[in-house]
Design a protein around this ligand. Structure first.
Ligand code: FAD
Ligand code: NAI
Length: 476
């Protein structure tokens, strides 16, 4: 069997890996990408967690369920009446699957277009050899690749709760949560993080009674406190039962149900029976099958690959990006690291700015932020000014019929430099980009306040929040 030689071999074809491979090929390297994800026919399904069981399918279901919610509860406000409204869950899940497939196919097309050699199978280190690395691909056939540079982008897996192993029928990870065949009457969710809120929202909109059990006493601790407070209020009104400060004691599977015994925030013991239980308590870095020991690759105590600020691992010419290394587990963070690493291999100065990585939670209202929260600035002793503008005072939001939430700016008290922007409200996921650009260019709040924003648009709320920093809003 002959060995195939490459300048760069990327292991993992999620957003970190496939983007690294494309950028490396663009820079003139002979590049391969190995990914083992299989579609339901056993064929390749590149795109990783993000495309197959993460960002893309969750957003497809969020969209379908939001349409249903709008039709069921809000179309009447526009004078539209519907009778006999039904949800065909199988069709919704089928549509989600076809959106996923379009993305899988899109990545295969991009590999061809950029001349990236794709290998479908599990990549593992064999040995350091000839100044590079020998890598075996175990797929339909076994192949051997020789790489000068290796980029590891093997992603992450859902964290299991001890005693509540995923069976994807009653106890669900993100995978099972995205393909529940019928709306459960009672859905339990452990963990009120991003997945818990997004998936809880999907199934609540479709009629499930959703209870979210969260260990932390504070809701959405990573978000700005004022946003978290507003979100808690809105989600409660929507019918999400979010219980904070709980301690899970036992998860027990019955024939068709799961019971969860826990101590509530007051220490009282409770037992609840659910038809399905989603466990979304974070994710763990994945190096299963990589055979990292063969080459002495260093992992930390969490199982993440140890890297420096440039994504260099403990081994020469071996890099790692995305969920398998430190930092937020976000697709766009993985992509940025993938691009930066390919550019560093080419001797360029790839750069990732961790201060301007946006966070988005695709609930309704959407939640998005970039930079520091007010509580972080207080803890760091930074003198700041805050400005806030409610969507209730925005003409476009009123026309949309979606006036929940606000835009909030935090700016340096002396220099007016924007330190953080926090949005809860319609299309927050899109609005946050302006704040990211502004922060990348070290803009002041006044810069945004002086820029012409289209009328009527939601982005005017961003301009007004920037004006509010100087206490001179025009429409509130
Ligand atoms: P992954 O996407 O996990 O890709 C790793 C790939 O490597 C996989 O295809 C895996 O099969 C393959 N692989 C692993 N080991 C090997 C091996 N030895 N050989 C060959 N192949 C291997 N992030 C966002 O930014 N926005 C969102 O809206 C969002 N929504 C999410 C929703 C859910 C339900 C979940 C679970 C996650 C979501 N995320 C979101 C997080 C996002 O999916 C991850 O941050 C992102 O996928 C990480 O990319 P990655 O390339 O590091 O790893
Ligand atoms: P998460 O880290 O967002 O939330 C986990 C939650 O579970 C936390 O609130 C934590 O306090 C709680 N928890 C932990 N152990 C617990 C226990 N034993 N009992 C009760 N609660 C417990 O993790 P999640 O939701 O699993 O998502 C994983 C990652 O995927 C996210 O961190 C995020 O990076 C990514 N993601 C991003 C999305 C987006 O960008 N829109 C959407 C979904 C996921």
């Amino acid at each position: 069997m002959s060995t195939k030689n490459f300048d760069v071999v990327v292991i993992g074809g999620g957003p970190g890996g496939y983007i690294a491979a494309i950028r490396a090929a663009q820079l003139g390297f002979n590049t391969a990408c190995i990914d083992e994800w299989k579609n339901d026919k056993g064929g390749p399904a590149p795109g990783g967690t993000c495309t197959n069981v993460g960002c893309i399918p969750s957003k497809a279901l969020l969209q379908s369920s939001e349409h249903f919610e709008q039709a069921a509860h809000h179309f009447g406000d526009h004078g539209i009446t519907l009778s006999d409204l039904k949800m065909d869950v199988a069709k919704m899940v089928g549509r989600k699957d076809s959106v996923v497939k379009q993305n899988n196919d899109g990545i295969l097309y991009l590999f061809k277009k950029n001349k990236v050699s794709f290998f479908h199978g599990r990549g593992s280190f064999v040995a350091a050899k000839d100044g590079g690395y020998e890598i075996a691909v175990a797929g339909a056939a076994t192949e051997t690749l020789q790489a000068k540079h290796v980029v590891i982008a093997t992603g992450s897996n859902a964290r299991q709760l001890p005693g509540a192993e995923f069976d994807e029928a009653l106890i669900l990870s993100n995978d099972g949560a995205l393909r529940i065949p019928a709306v459960p009457k009672k859905l339990g969710v452990i963990g009120s993080g991003v997945i818990g809120l997004e998936m809880g929202s999907v199934w609540r909109r479709l009629g499930a009674e959703v209870t979210i059990l969260e260990a932390m006493p504070a809701f959405l601790g990573a978000a700005d406190e004022s946003v978290a407070k507003e979100a808690a209020k809105v989600f409660k009104k929507q019918g999400l039962d979010i219980q904070l400060g709980v301690k899970i004691a036992e998860v027990k599977k019955g024939k068709d149900s799961v019971s969860v015994r826990y101590a509530d925030a007051k220490g009282a013991e409770q037992t609840v029976e659910f038809d399905k239980l989603i466990v979304s308590i974070g994710r763990v870095p994945n190096t299963i099958g990589l055979n990292a020991e063969a080459v002495g690759l260093k992992l930390d105590e969490r199982g993440a690959i140890v890297v420096d600020g440039d994504c260099k691992t403990s081994l020469p010419n071996v890099w790692a990006v995305g969920d398998v290394v430190r930092g937020p587990m976000l697709a766009h963070k993985a992509e940025e690291e993938g691009v930066a690493v390919a550019e560093r291999i080419a001797g360029q100065h790839g750069h990732v700015n961790f201060n301007t990585i946006p966070w988005v939670i695709y609930t309704s209202p959407e939640i998005a932020w970039v930079g520091k929260t007010e509580q972080q600035l207080k803890a760091e002793g930074v003198a700041y000014k805050a400005g806030q503008f409610p969507f209730l005072a925005n003409g476009r939001a009123r026309a949309l019929g979606d006036t929940t939430g606000f835009v909030k700016f935090l700016a340096d008290a002396k220099t007016d430099e924007i330190l953080g922007v926090h949005i809860i409200g319609p299309f927050a996921s899109e609005l946050i980009s302006e704040a990211v650009v502004a922060m990348e260019f070290k803009a002041s709040a006044e810069d945004i306040a002086r820029i012409c924003h289209a009328h009527p648009s939601l982005s005017e709320a961003t301009k007004e929040a920037a004006l509010a920093v100087d206490k001179r809003t025009l429409n509130f």
